[in-house]
Design a protein around this ligand. Structure first.
Ligand code: PMP
Length: 359
């Protein structure tokens, strides 16, 4: 299999699997319990909290563990229920839909702007939004799900009030994430009915998942990792972009592959007159795994809201594929894609009702 869908979810690092197996055996006790096994489990959780806090420039008690980025996002948005909530149109559905449900007119206002988009990899400069929000007495949240482990983060230096993280985009398990809440920022728990996380998130601790998150953080924490990772995936990403543009008529990039413009691991491409879902299925049949826009929206036949916001062109949005790379990706993967992709696109363009001349 050629797996090029790392932005949707990543395979577990072997060290993560190992740490989780160990935790299943050693730290199964309820981490809130007063007995010794409970304390030992809690110590594991607190170690991960300290590690994550250190990695993102927060204090440990500003970190709350959640079930993932969707929960973290929903929690922040619901905290501002009845208040004005402004988001960028590029946000994940867990922001856009909860803002629609909970948004109102009251002050202060919440701004929710991601730093990197999951569909195109675009990097967004949110500094001016943060400055303006704070001048007006408002608050800022950033969904950093795609940023953690890719670019060094410091939430205090950025003056963020809230930030969202998820373990399964960095080689950790699905179902674990975290929310950074600046000390003193307003907060309303989404899940009530337990004293866990200092009453900020009820529910028995997911010790095994949190330990897995910690093991993944240790892998990406290494100072040398960022450069090695970025150089590796950027080289592959740019090579695939170059070969697609050269070989495939009607192809165009939705990712600006200039260094400072995008995450190094994502390449979003449109193929005129070829439908994204069909390309995905044909590639799947060849053992090549990619996604169309956001995997979270699969089963949803509306064109990607991100590409619609960026291009306003439904055809570009409908004909898009996201390739996303990881540390285990290789030139061989690119060669395998390029062995079959030109043929697939040409076949789909051949049966399209749109003529290539119009494209
Ligand atoms: N936000 C962004 C930017 C994402 O890329 C994703 C995952 N596609 C999520 C939120 C949701 O993450 P989780 O699966 O942890 O709920």
């Amino acid at each position: 299999m050629v797996y090029l869908d790392y932005a949707a979810t990543t395979p577990l690092w072997p060290e993560v699997l190992e740490a989780m197996h160990e935790a299943e055996k050693e730290y199964f006790a309820n981490a809130s319990a007063l007995h010794t096994p409970g304390h030992l489990a809690m110590n594991q959780i607190e170690e991960v909290r300290e590690l994550l806090a250190e990695m993102v420039g927060a204090l440990p008690d500003e970190i709350v563990f959640t079930s993932g980025a969707s929960e973290s996002n929903n929690t922040v948005i619901r905290t501002f229920e009845g208040h004005k909530i402004e988001t960028s149109p590029l946000e994940h559905h867990s922001i856009l839909e909860s803002a629609m449900v909970y948004g109102g007119e009251e002050k202060p206002k919440l701004y929710s702007y991601m730093m990197a988009n999951n569909e195109t990899g675009e990097l967004l400069d949110i500094d001016s939004i943060i400055t303006k929000a704070h001048q007006d007495g408002d608050f800022v949240h950033s969904d950093l799900t795609q940023v953690l482990g890719k670019i060094p983060i410091n939430v205090h230096e950025m003056h963020l009030d809230y930030a969202t993280f998820s373990a399964h985009k960095i080689g950790g398990p699905v179902g674990v994430g975290a929310l950074y809440i600046r000390n003193g920022a307003p907060f309303k728990p989404l899940i009530i009915g337990g004293n866990q996380e200092k009453k900020r998130r009820g529910g028995t601790y997911n010790t095994v998942g949190i330990v897995g998150f910690g093991a993944a953080l240790k892998k990406v924490k290494d100072d040398n990792y960022y450069d090695a990772y970025a150089n590796h995936v950027r080289k592959l990403r740019n090579l695939l972009a170059e070969r697609i543009l050269k070989k495939i008529p009607g192809s165009s990039l939705n990712t600006d592959i200039e260094d400072s413009k995008s995450l190094p691991n994502i390449l979003n491409v449109s193929f005129r007159a070829a439908e994204g879902e069909s390309i995905q299925l044909y590639l799947d049949a060849e053992g090549i795994i990619v996604s169309t826009g956001s995997a979270c929206a699969s089963g949803d036949i509306r064109p990607s809201h991100v590409l619609m916001a960026k291009t306003g062109d439904a055809e570009v949005a409908h004909s898009s594929i996201r390739f996303s790379f990881g540390i285990d990706s290789s030139i061989d993967d690119i060669n395998k894609v390029m062995d079959v992709l030109p043929g697939i696109i040409s076949r789909l363009q051949g049966i399209s009702t749109l003529k290539m001349e119009e494209k």
